[in-house]
Design a protein around this ligand. Structure first.
Ligand code: 5AD
Ligand code: SF4
Length: 436
């Protein structure tokens, strides 16, 4: 059988999609981890920031050497960059045999076959229905402990800086029946943790026979399948983080006490310009509610530095909301203008790059302090950890995560990957907890 090598960039959704792609092609190709022996290379791409796209261009150029050696090698580009740049990519990237957007993966066997005839092929049609509902993803990460389950696709939020509504199309939910079937199958295979994924999972909604399945109800249904199964989810929009959802997370021990709640900015002026549809005050009220219901819940966030027109005062507001919430973790970025978005059309990208860098560095330094302080508060506490693998630093150590999504490293002893164990934290860095 021919060999397929998939390389994935960007968000967890993309990783989940690559597993769907592997499933669609499983009768034609077997997966390989070795790019040198591949007959087909697929690059699943991200467009979220210019840097992400530059990285992929660089990678495609590196692969040219491989294609010279191996004449029949086919290279295809998938994902958000395919959707954003469409056929234009064939001009800048002659290595490509075909491209497929995020809703076109069922068409891959045909695209591949037609491109063998010579001309490059593409399908970048977006769909209002496609959820790859009936496809059981091929898990190729091989950790066998933790899996992603995609529950919805697309995004209707139109944050002004973001390409996702354009690259992934409108929001649509997957049927609860197939989601639960997929989780059932994972349980049978011995998986211990699922992460329910979507661009905005809280707006998950499925109506059938007059009954409405909300995200909170779906999570409860998944959590009830097995007490030994941990349930995580990502990503949440603050506007939809309802009391019903928080009460559900609080109610089930096996729903992890970890919420990723992107704030983007602490300034109401910026939030408005970003079309985030919440204020700083509303966001802080939601955080208060989370802490009230679950004092041990960890919160992480996404932050953009140097958005259009951001003043020093706006930037200070971001630093102050970070302190007020005391985030456990943050993903922090410089604003990167994306063609076609509202902010590219309406606002000037007017913060010089050096100033964006300076603000970002301040944000990163503060988050370092907050993460370290949060980790120090955990020293002396005991946590239940799901063991995920061997520590990179030493073969005598294992690592896993606690409910709060923090990585804990501890001595191997007789323990196995996939087991739950209770460990007591003895020391920490800003990034990691260590236990006996
Ligand atoms: N520039 C910088 N960061 C961005 N993000 C999304 N679009 C942009 C952009 N144009 C960030 C947001 C989002 C995360 C996935 O990426 O913080 O939550
Ligand atoms: Fe990147 Fe966004 Fe597409 Fe995910 S959805 S791959 S983060 S552009």
């Amino acid at each position: 059988m021919k060999k397929l090598y998939i390389e994935t960039y960007g968000c967890q959704m993309n990783f989940a999609d690559s597993e769907v792609v592997a499933a669609i092609l499983q009768d034609l190709y077997e997966l390989t981890q070795n790019v040198q022996e591949a007959d087909l290379i697929l690059i699943n791409t991200c467009s979220i920031r210019d840097k992400a796209e530059q990285r992929i261009h660089k990678r495609l150029h590196e692969l040219e050497a491989l294609k010279k050696k191996h004449r029949t090698l086919q290279v295809g580009l998938l994902g958000c960059m395919a959707e954003r740049m469409k056929e234009e990519l064939f001009e800048t990237e002659p290595i490509l045999n075909f491209i497929a957007g995020p809703d076109a993966y069922r068409d891959l066997p045909k695209l591949i076959q037609d491109s063998v005839q010579g001309e490059p092929t593409f399908n970048v049609l977006l769909s209002e229905e496609e959820t790859y509902d009936n496809i059981m993803p091929v898990r190729y990460d091989l950790n066998g402990v933790s899996a992603f389950v995609s529950i919805m696709r697309g995004c209707n939020n139109f944050c002004t800086y973001c390409v996702v509504p354009y690259t992934r199309g409108r929001e649509r939910s997957r049927s609860p029946k197939t989601i639960l079937m997929e989780v059932e199958q994972l349980l049978k295979e011995g998986y211990k943790e699922v992460t329910l994924l979507g661009q905005n999972v809280n707006s998950y909604c499925w109506e059938e026979n007059g009954e409405k399945m909300t995200f909170a109800k779906l999570m409860a249904a998944v959590a009830e399948m097995s007490p030994g199964l941990r349930v995580r989810f990502a990503t949440s929009h603050p506007k939809d983080i309802s009391d019903e959802l928080l009460e559900t997370i609080a109610k089930y021990d096996n729903i992890c006490k970890y919420i990723h709640l992107p704030v983007q900015s602490g300034s109401n002026v910026m939030l408005k310009r970003m079309n985030r549809v919440y204020t700083r005050e509303y966001y802080l009220e939601r955080v208060r509610k989370i802490k009230e219901l679950m004092p041990d819940c960890a919160i992480s966030t996404d932050i953009i530095a140097g958005f259009c027109g951001e003043t020093l005062e706006d930037h200070q507001q971001t630093l102050s909301i970070m302190r007020e919430v005391g985030y456990e973790y943050a993903y922090m970025f410089k604003y990167s203008e994306r063609g076609g978005t509202m902010s590219a059309k309406r606002f000037e990208d007017d913060i010089p790059d050096e100033e964006k860098t300076r603000r970002l560095e301040e944000i990163i330094a503060l988050q370092g302090e907050l993460s370290f302080a949060s980790n120090q508060r955990d020293v002396g506490k005991t946590f239940r950890v799901l063991i995920e693998g061997q520590s990179k630093r030493s073969a005598d150590q294992l690592y896993g995560r606690n409910s709060q999504n923090k990585v804990i490293i501890f001595p191997k002893g007789n323990h196995q990957i996939g087991e739950y164990i209770d460990v007591t934290v003895t020391r920490c860095t800003a990034a990691t907890l260590f236990a006996d």
